[in-house]
Design a protein around this ligand. Sequence first.
Ligand SMILES: Cc1ncc(COP(=O)(O)O)c(C=O)c1O
Length: 384
Amino acid sequence: MMHPQPSLLAPAPSSPAQLLPLAARSAHTPAALVGDTPVLWVGEPFTAAGRGFWAKLEGHNPGGLKDRTALYMVAAARERGQLRPGARIVESTSGTLGLGLALAGVTYGHPVSVVTDPDMEPQVAGLLRAYGAEVHTVTTAHPVGGWQQARRDRVAELLAAHPGAWCPDQYHNPDNVAAYRPLAHELVAQLGRVDTLVVSVGTGGHSGGVGRVLRSFFPSLRVVGVDTCHSTIFGQPAGPRLMRGLGSSIYPGNVAYDLFDEVHWVAAGEAVWAARQLARTRYATGGWSVGAVALVARWTARTGPAEQRVAAVFPDGPHRYVGTVFDDDWCRRHDVLGHVPADDPAEITQCAEVVVTHWTRCRTVRPPRSAARPDGTGLTGAAR
Ligand SMILES: Cc1ncc(COP(=O)(O)O)c(C=O)c1O
């Protein structure tokens, strides 16, 4: 259950024994600091009176949510002999997995190359280099598969150039899902019961891993997926996307379509509004996926039964978004400032019914037809 809270006004403890219940974790390795992240109650004024939700703050990991999967995928590949000691790790990432892989590289002694596109925040690219990773930035989008396909093509080139190199392939590697089981167990221990889970979807890793385990504890769990407009994952056509982390222009094999009771698409301006409101009212915030998830969790808490317990996963913190989501000039230039979302999402009955451009909900979730293609790629537009 919840850790004891020290009162700011309580008298200072006078012996080590009195401090024991408050002891912070100590670790011999940075990897041991991954997981066991806190949950924070998000209530009024961000939410309606008496209708809040619990946010799982994955930004408290050294890199972010993807530290969990990076360490797990690398450890599993080493155990299976797919990744030899000292061999290079090569992966396409918008940033968060890169930070996790850099941690895994330091932990297990592997050089790391990450492939990204020009929209990676300079702070993240700088941090990756500081952590010892090579950063390869593709400069031209693939004419059909967009930036994501261009990044995958560069990964293939790097793998060919480094014999013995290994690619985790986060989009299709089942270890990317299995890595998140502990996160679900943490939620059970922290909250006792979860009735509704609100999660963003990019590769499908954490939604699948957390959702599956939580549903085994709570069979009537409602799983609410959050995607960005112009993402292909749930059957919408690809289009240019500002939001990073969640969303895709391919069909990741890891998405557990059968798990979701509903999906919401959120537009970039709506996510900006929510991330900024959260920062002002709750201090704990993040970027695109946190804003989108918080918007949907806020609505879910208001419109569901009063006694339901809603958990929302916040994948990272705000720092890398200072020059984008939290920068007025950047937001104005990209026309994402001052977009106050509607009180309720628009509704469609089939995921591909219309092209959605603002917050929209669909309660019928099925794998899009193109997702059945064995390579996970389908018809995509010039998108990220
Ligand atoms: C910031 C952020 N949010 C959300 C996601 C989506 O998570 P998943 O890939 O587990 O679906 C990612 C994935 O990279 C991310 O980096």
